[in-house]
Ligand binder design. Structure first.
Ligand code: CA
Length: 225
């Protein structure tokens, strides 16, 4: 089994290399994101251990780039400390597992073996409502095969609504999950962004995927409207 370790802390990288070699793995090292991405593209790896905070290109970007190229090598993300990044972020961009530093080598090995047993994952789930598609891995939204560029906030809002497709989602819930805010005085911002989204994903296509449920919130129609 060949493993690529992308880690800029060289002592840690070498310790991982020695440890994994002792377990019978073939181990290649890269110390920055750009080199890591090149190696991962070129090599036939069974798994990649990928630090998030890297010079050149972050671990997130490396995962995104690989997944956008439909490279499904199993990836275990290593993050500097708990809470610095949202675990969900790493998994959303297409990583398979996530480990917080400092980690126990035994745990790392167990997770790595679990990843190898699973093999290359299926393509990450694309969220679909009719002909409206959102791919969390590549951050791409399309409708009727047309690319729809969205801002980060619009994307987050649409992703949340798609994950809850068919359900009525209130403004407060959206503020909490998309804006990380509970401030009722900001409720108008939800309305404003829903308007932006409608003008991008519905109006040009003559559709109404985003509906307002009076007094209750919003619903994304599972059939795309
Ligand atoms: Ca680092």
């Amino acid at each position: 089994m060949r493993v690529l370790v992308v880690e800029d802390e060289e002592r840690l990288a070498r310790a991982l290399q020695r440890g994994l070699q002792a377990e019978g793995f073939a181990v290649d090292l890269a110390h920055d994101g750009v080199t890591g991405l090149e190696r991962a593209r070129a090599g036939e790896y069974d798994a990649v251990l990928l630090d998030i905070m890297l010079p050149g290109l972050s671990g997130y970007r490396v995962v995104q780039a690989l997944r956008a190229e439909e490279n499904w090598v199993p990836i275990l993300l290593l993050s500097a400390k708990d809470g610095e990044y949202d675990q969900a972020d790493g998994l959303d961009v297409g990583a398979d597992d996530y480990l917080t530093k400092p980690f126990s080598y035994v745990v790392l090995l167990a997770r790595l073996r679990a990843l190898l047993r699973r093999g290359a994952p299926e393509r990450p789930v694309v969220l679909v409502a009719g002909d409206l598609r959102l791919d969390p891995a590549t951050r791409r939204v399309t409708r009727a095969d047309t690319d729809i560029p969205l801002t980060a906030r619009e994307f987050a809002l649409l992703e949340y609504l798609l994950r809850k497709a068919g359900a009525v989602v209130g403004k407060r819930e959206l503020l909490e999950h998309v804006w990380e805010s509970f401030d009722a005085t900001e409720a108008n911002v939800v309305e404003v962004y829903l308007g932006y989204l409608r003008r991008k994903i519905d109006t040009p296509f003559g559709r109404a995927a985003l509906t307002t449920v009076r007094g209750a919130g919003y619903r994304l129609e599972p059939d795309g409207g």
